[in-house]
Design a protein around this ligand. Structure first.
Ligand SMILES: Nc1nc2c(ncn2[C@@H]2O[C@H](COP(=O)(O)OP(=O)(O)OP(=O)(O)O)[C@@H](O)[C@H]2O)c(=O)[nH]1
Ligand SMILES: [Mg+2]
Length: 432
């Protein structure tokens, strides 16, 4: 692997930015970048240096930290350059590194190298991504837990149980196929069932955890003039959307994130749904219907039973304009977006709906890839159960259990195909 360089902090002006270089040439390249490179034999002792260009002219001062393999994030020689957060300075530094032999790192390259050099397993690498992108502190905590090996531990527990069952069945098969040890089948089934239960709860909890890390999408929908945009602004506590008594005011989908008791909600205001000949409004209505379909929760400001053009059954029917006198008994809640009446109650209801199903079970998964590995494992275990229950199925059961082990191994993956690697690391930001 060659030496790569990237800025690990967001692009733009800031007090400090961090440029990182990893690879076996990283120390050499950095020493060309600094004036009077001394003390570079010392691991992890940040020092102040002047940065110089090819003509030896100083263009910035930076705290530079030389780190030696294998005790680094990537497992390779690595340098962190903490320089002033001016995009011009950052780009100059990266360009100089490249002229001295480095190449720019694509997103996720540092963590990919950490994985390839055995510094972390695949599930931990994914936890790094979800820790960075997590939209709530609870989501970040859960990701951090997995980064620290909690998921790995849970996987190992299940693996050990499956291996135990395989061992017992094989032992029995070695002795005699006819005379089964007493309780072999029932004990094996019991163990497999407990594995299936653990996996099921992790699978069921995925959506809830996803809400905490990625945020829940809450779509405001309903007929024109119902007060969706007024409610959107009221929940955001700012005048974001245009409000008017003209029907069909909102055309495009507007989105903004709010945090309700630590749970991030991506609020979306949509065009009012009605039959229209207006070409642009028609597009808006089509978009509204698409948003309703993909929402985690729909706040529908229209009468229950009025056709909600979607399969989404996670809907709160909101009666708005309570201040005008009518109480809207058949709705889930009655509010006034204009006066703010019952908005706290509505927030509580939203929270209840989007965070239902989450309890910290200790076995948390944070990526779609991990989810599909668990689903496959569970399927194999169920097949193994059926094989055990059929009269001539002991060998088959061992095969199924081995297949389950294989699916579980994919989560922590020590050896991974290139396409899986690319999918996992392509979601990372540059410099991580
Ligand atoms: N009295 C009263 N009027 C409201 C309330 N909420 C909204 N309105 C009024 O209803 C009208 C329509 O409000 P909007 O928020 O633009 O409605 P909308 O659902 O976004 O409408 P479209 O974008 O056209 O689909 C405006 O005149 C608002 O001031 C409320 O709670 N009470
Ligand atoms: Mg509107």
């Amino acid at each position: 692997m060659g030496t790569v360089v990237a800025c690990s902090t967001p692009f733009g002006s800031s007090g400090i930015a961090v440029v990182r270089i990893t690879g076996n040439q990283s120390h050499k390249i950095t020493s060309l970048l600094i004036k009077k490179p001394t003390r570079i034999n010392k691991h992890n002792s940040p020092s102040l240096f002047s940065l110089i260009d090819v003509d030896g002219v100083v263009y910035d001062q930076a705290v530079v930290n030389f780190l030696f393999a294998p005790n680094t994030y990537t497992g390779e020689d690595l340098v962190e350059i903490n320089l002033h957060g001016n995009p011009v300075i950052i780009e100059k530094t990266i360009a100089l590194c490249c002229s001295y032999g480095a190449t720019t790192a694509p997103g996720g390259e540092f963590t990919k190298r950490a994985y390839l050099n055995g510094k972390m397993d695949m599930s931990q690498a994914e936890s790094v991504a979800s820790l960075i992108s997590s939209k709530s502190i609870l989501g970040a905590k859960l990701s951090y837990k997995n980064l620290n090996g909690s998921l790995l531990e849970n996987i190992l527990n299940i693996k050990n149980k499956i291996i135990l069952v395989i061992g017992q069945i094989e032992f029995n098969l070695d002795i005699s196929e006819e005379n089964l040890q007493p309780n072999l089948i029932s004990n094996s089934l019991k163990t497999i069932n407990s594995c299936v239960n653990t996996l099921s709860s992790a699978i069921e909890g995925f959506n809830a955890v996803n809400v905490l890390t990625a945020g829940a999408t809450v779509v405001l929908a309903g007929p024109t003039n119902a007060g969706k945009s007024t409610l959107f602004n009221a929940l955001l506590k700012k005048d974001r959307a245009i409000v008017s008594e003209v029907e069909g005011t909102t055309r495009d989908v507007l989105e903004n994130t709010i945090n309700i008791d630590g749970v991030p909600c991506v609020l979306k205001d949509t065009a009012g749904i009605r039959k229209t000949k207006d070409v642009i409004e028609k597009i808006g209505v089509r978009k509204s219907n698409e948003e309703i379909l993909s929402a985690d929760l729909v706040l529908y400001l229209g009468a229950p039973g009025s056709v909600l053009s979607s399969e989404n059954d996670n809907v709160i029917y909101v009666h708005n304009k309570k201040d005008l006198g009518w109480d809207g008994k058949e709705y889930d809640i009655s509010i006034s977006a204009l006066t703010g009446e019952n908005l706290p109650k509505l927030k509580k209801l939203i929270l209840k709906r989007v965070s239902s199903g989450f309890s910290d079970l200790g076995f948390i998964i944070t990526s779609q890839r991990q989810l599909s590995c668990l689903v496959s494992t569970e399927k194999q275990l169920v097949t193994a159960k059926n094989s055990l229950l059929s009269s001539s199925g002991l060998e088959l059961a061992v095969e199924d259990l081995n297949a389950a082990l294989f699916c579980l191994d994919e989560i922590t993956n020590k050896t991974t195909k290139d396409d899986v690697l690319n999918t996992v690391f392509s979601s990372f930001c540059v410099g991580k």
